[in-house]
Design a protein around this ligand. Sequence first.
Ligand code: GDP
Length: 215
Amino acid sequence: MNVIASEHAYFRRARFLMSAPAFELLPPDDGIEIAVVGRSNVGKSSVLNALCDQRGLARTSGTPGRTQHIVVFDLEHGRRLLDLPGFGYAAVKRELRAHWADAVPRVLHERRGLVGLVLLADARLPLKQEERDLLRWCAEAGVPVQLALNKADKLARQATLQAARGAQQILREFRIKKSPLTISAATKTGIDALRQILHDWFERGLKKEGPGLYT
Ligand code: GDP
């Protein structure tokens, strides 16, 4: 079940702000931001839409790996979601891959307002080098990370638990204490729990910056 509690209602009012073709073209760094990243076709757009309870907020696409833009959504009071480009799509050209490997660490290291990153992975697949790179970059930049294993609806319960255990072991290698969440954008399983984590990050960020800044 996907229930948006009243304190989370701002997710429903999320709006597309802009699509930035390069890091330098992101809006001024004066908000509280959470980045969402994952392999192409992992269901990133579907998860964003489920989190915000909106069908067409993030565009789901049948052609993975096409856009290398950073899409920014505004969630009121300076809260923003940064939809980072997908990775790992074999047909993506080498220069686009280099662009990704440049833009993502810059977001992690240089966006002062970044309070967390959601790494989406497919519950059916083992984490690969790119996911490990992301976990390492987050650890190096001191950015809190939540791993969410999507498409859990495709797995039986035992296999889901096994996937979560495998992922937990890898998180431990990077000294990440937060357990992975198993979610499904299709059935909405785990979406409320993920939204709560994002809400907590936003709230902590807003408190740190002091009241009145983002009204
Ligand atoms: P993106 O490329 O990561 O943004 O992925 P999309 O959101 O466009 O989804 C890619 C494909 O996976 C689409 O066909 C979605 O319908 C499907 N998909 C996304 N989330 C889930 C999920 O939780 N379960 C299942 N079974 N399919 C999903």
